[in-house]
Design a protein around this ligand. Sequence first.
Ligand code: NAD
Length: 338
Amino acid sequence: MKLIVTGGAGFIGSALTLHLLGEGHDVCVVDSFTYAANPDSLKPAEANPRFSLQKLDIRDVAKIADLVAATKADAILHLAAESHVDRSITGSAPFIDTNIVGTYSMLEAARGFWSTLKGEASKAFRFVHISTDEVYGSLGPEGFFVEDSPYDPSSPYSASKAAADHLVQAWQRTYGLPAIVANCSNNYGPRQFPEKLIPLTILNALSGKELPVYGDGLNVRDWLHVEDHARALYAILTKGRPGERYAIGARSERRNIDVVNAICDQLDKAAPKAHPHRQLIAFVKDRPGHDRRYAIDPSKIERELTWCPVYSFETGLAATVDWYIANPEWWEPLLKRL
Ligand code: NAD
């Protein structure tokens, strides 16, 4: 297939790009290279003749439409977004612009091209929108998010993603665009920008800095390794049904404090400089609108698309800590942007 991946220079987009190239497809990455992008994340793809890169803002609908037509794309996997909840609280404008207007622009470009396709090509076209479980708001101590859980976003980030999900559904229902929405839980793994909990904690701990934990540290997230996410998105692309949504998670609920403790314990073994690392933990004022618990029931994607995660949280986290220790040249330049 000829595939377009928006946001392909980001954390999940780069992992997905490498996975799709590994499956033998042509991949054109579209990315405007915001602070969150790292061209080094795509280095392993550079020598592959099936890989290409376009520095383009997804809000530029005319240029995006030209690109989709020139690429003769079989599918678009749309990941480009502003993705950090804390930033959405201090400055929501780029979240509205990129996540909502940008998704509108991608949908219009996709619809324009798709409407020129005939027969099998028209039926086979896919627009896969990558979203989050945060659109569903917060869970109490019991229960799980499923595909038809009611939308109830709490942060400007999750509200902008919820708006984008609704646009995708509307383009599917109104125009028949063969679109699919994927709502996944918190990702972790190599090449994640060091403002997110896991890489932030690893890098602060490596340099003996405080490890900030919001509130009482008892907020629960459901962790998914980025390579398992990439495999899930590939299953959705190749086997998913247009008009459907799929909730993706690895049944790996952990309290934030337990995640930070696990990183500390792993670093005590792997990089014992600041041993014991748990002494660096500092509880800080909670984030406003901080959802208490997220947890996904992934039964639908497991059953219908025969996907299941390869990593347990323990093996995935240990591999992630080791990756950050081994790859300072990837993250050192990013620390200057924080
Ligand atoms: P990221 O911040 O690492 O990467 C986002 C990429 O999008 C960057 O390369 C950035 O340059 C690009 N981008 C931003 N604005 C753009 C624009 N206007 N035009 C073109 N490119 C632009 O994000 P991520 O963590 O890889 O997340 C990817 C997608 O997955 C997002 O849509 C996010 O909402 C969703 N998601 C992420 C998680 C997670 O845990 N990281 C969980 C669920 C869903």
